[in-house]
Design a protein around this ligand. Structure first.
Ligand SMILES: *[C@@H]1O[C@H](CO)[C@@H](O)[C@H](O)[C@H]1NC(C)=O
Ligand SMILES: *[C@@H]1O[C@H](CO)[C@@H](O)[C@H](O)[C@H]1NC(C)=O
Ligand SMILES: *[C@@H]1O[C@H](CO)[C@@H](O)[C@H](O)[C@H]1NC(C)=O
Ligand SMILES: *[C@@H]1O[C@H](CO)[C@@H](O)[C@H](O)[C@H]1NC(C)=O
Ligand SMILES: *[C@@H]1O[C@H](CO)[C@@H](O)[C@H](O)[C@H]1NC(C)=O
Ligand SMILES: *[C@@H]1O[C@H](CO)[C@@H](O)[C@H](O)[C@H]1NC(C)=O
Ligand SMILES: *[C@@H]1O[C@H](CO)[C@@H](O)[C@H](O)[C@H]1NC(C)=O
Ligand SMILES: *[C@@H]1O[C@H](CO)[C@@H](O)[C@H](O)[C@H]1NC(C)=O
Length: 440
């Protein structure tokens, strides 16, 4: 626990740091302004038509494309009939929680008919691919898009400049109205109920193995003999996905807005919320090749109740040739229960850590902490009663709506001191303030 003197000292440091931080980020790079319009749009997938919330009627939504060091303002206009917020996933937003987006935590929902402007402040070192998504109930399933951060103008990638690049956004497809399904899920929630998507999509399309007649499959047209940078976003609501391209290796070069050591692999595993940048060289015979994604569900082969649909898209070489009746399928795409392939992939992700792209982590470890992240039954007091509920937790401590405003606690000196004092009496609130104030 931190002494008051040290707190005061930190706080006095905080205000000038905040100002310099803002000035610094204003001085370098360009500023981009976007308008996002939230509205309902109709889509037909798996032979049925439904309406869902999108930005500008597009699924996936628009791409924010900037250079490292740039700053972004996004004015979100809500023309939907449901309130929502937007989160800038992975963007560091240093000392800028006002624009972070989780509803009921750092802001109220943007109500239908109103608008809200976000100031998206990237970390100075962030370069690669990130993404944005709605952050109210499960609106993120249909309201999301990629953020591409190119090298600062006048600099280049830490690998030979690719001949071209392409984006793939992987997402969930739910059968019915997502809000209805979500409400039903909440009201029926038990230890075993899950709200499962019924298919996955690649750039909005579930692909040939799933789609009904007349529905399309995403195609990526490439030239022979080139190297492309492929940016992959896993915007799926809950599942880790395996992804592979038939007869083409992938060289991993980045993840989550940072570069990694180049590693060659025949498949990747990408977690929900994660992004991955890979290079592919188009040196195979002129043809059509499937790109495919399916989930790593569980190591337990006895569990079979999950979304087992494989999403596909097509990598298509340009040129004059007779296309195959059916594109070849990636033989190295692991199956749903393949734990070894899941675990075997993880060691391939290593920070680049060069002088140009340093990674500052403590090398001299003096304290070891044991932290459990779990989803289990957690006991807590709700409106005066002890309840036991399925919840995500760290060391069995789960998030509870605080009784005081988190942003005020962050922002106002006296409010902050009083809140801190209260913390001595309120274990959880203490942890929360500790997190909010000292982690930013
Ligand atoms: C955005 O909302 C503000 C009020 O918060 C309003 O004054 C303004 O006209 C709105 N702008 C647009 C373009 O709707
Ligand atoms: C709960 O689930 C059952 C079926 O599992 C369904 O019939 C019922 O309508 C659900 N209840 C609510 C309140 O949605
Ligand atoms: C993919 O990489 C493996 C291992 O490096 C190699 O043996 C194989 O030939 C490569 N395949 C292609 C199509 O480049
Ligand atoms: C799967 O079920 C079989 C037969 O009931 C059992 O022997 C096996 O231990 C189960 N596997 C797991 C991982 O629980
Ligand atoms: C997918 O799951 C369904 C229902 O559990 C099952 O009938 C089907 O055989 C499964 N398909 C695959 C490819 O595992
Ligand atoms: C690591 O930290 C300990 C404790 O602060 C210190 O005694 C030691 O000299 C440090 N070692 C190095 C290599 O910095
Ligand atoms: C949680 O509460 C349940 C009753 O609701 C009780 O049986 C259980 O022992 C409690 N667990 C802990 C760790 O306190
Ligand atoms: C969390 O609570 C469970 C009992 O509900 C207990 O078995 C477990 O050890 C606790 N874990 C931690 C990290 O405190």
């Amino acid at each position: 626990m931190m002494g008051l003197t040290k707190m005061r000292f930190l706080l006095e440091m905080l205000v000038p740091a905040l100002l310099t931080g803002m000035l610094a980020s204003m001085a370098e790079g360009r500023t981009h302004y976007y308008d996002f319009v939230l509205k309902e749009s109709k889509f037909t997938r798996l032979c049925s038509t439904k309406s869902m919330m999108t930005v500008h009627g597009s699924f996936p939504g628009p791409v924010i494309r900037i250079h490292r060091g740039d700053m972004v303002y996004v004015n979100v206009h809500n023309q939907d009939d449901f309130g929502a917020t937007i989160h800038w996933h992975g963007v560091k937003q240093t000392r800028n929680p006002w624009s972070d987006g989780p509803d009921h935590i750092t802001q109220c929902r943007i109500q239908p008919g109103s608008n809200f402007t976000y100031n998206v402040i990237f970390g100075e070192d962030q370069e690669g691919t990130l993404w944005w998504h709605a952050h109210s109930d499960w609106t993120r399933a249909s309201v999301h898009g990629a953020i591409v951060i190119l090298p600062t103008e006048g600099t280049t990638y830490p690998f030979p400049k690719p001949d071209g690049e392409h984006l793939l956004v992987l997402a969930s497809w739910f059968k019915g109205d997502l809000n209805d399904e979500y409400e039903e899920f909440l009201s029926n929630q038990t230890e075993t109920t899950v709200l499962d998507d019924i298919a996955f999509t690649i750039n909005g399309e579930p692909g040939d193995l799933v789609a009904c007649d007349g529905e399309t499959t995403h195609r990526w047209l490439v030239d022979y003999g080139k190297t492309y940078l492929l940016r992959i976003v896993n915007a799926v609501v809950n599942s880790e996905l395996f992804f592979a391209i038939s007869e083409h290796n992938l060289t991993i070069v980045g993840t989550d807005g940072a570069y990694t050591k180049p590693r060659v692999t025949s498949y990747i595993m990408i977690a929900p919320g994660q992004t991955m940048d890979v290079l592919i060289t188009t040196n195979q015979g002129l043809s059509h090749y499937y790109m495919a994604a399916r989930q790593f569900a569980t190591f337990d082969p006895n569990i079979t109740e999950f979304n087992n649909m494989t999403a596909t898209a097509i990598l298509q070489y340009r040129g004059n040739y007779a296309p195959p009746d059916v594109p070849s399928f990636p033989t190295n795409l692991p199956l749903f229960h393949d734990l070894d392939s899941g675990l075997g992939f993880l060691p391939l992700l290593r920070s680049l850590a060069t002088p140009e792209h340093p990674v500052n982590v403590p090398l001299n470890i003096t304290t070891r902490m044991f932290i459990t992240a779990s989803i289990n039954m957690v006991n807590y007091t709700f409106e005066g009663t002890e309840v036991s509920h399925l919840a995500a937790s760290l060391n069995n401590i789960t998030f509870m709506d605080p009784t005081s405003s988190i942003l005020l606690a962050y922002y106002r000196y006296w409010y902050y001191i009083v809140s801190l004092f209260l913390c001595f009496f309120d274990h959880f609130l203490y942890k929360l303030i500790n997190l909010v104030v000292f982690e930013y």
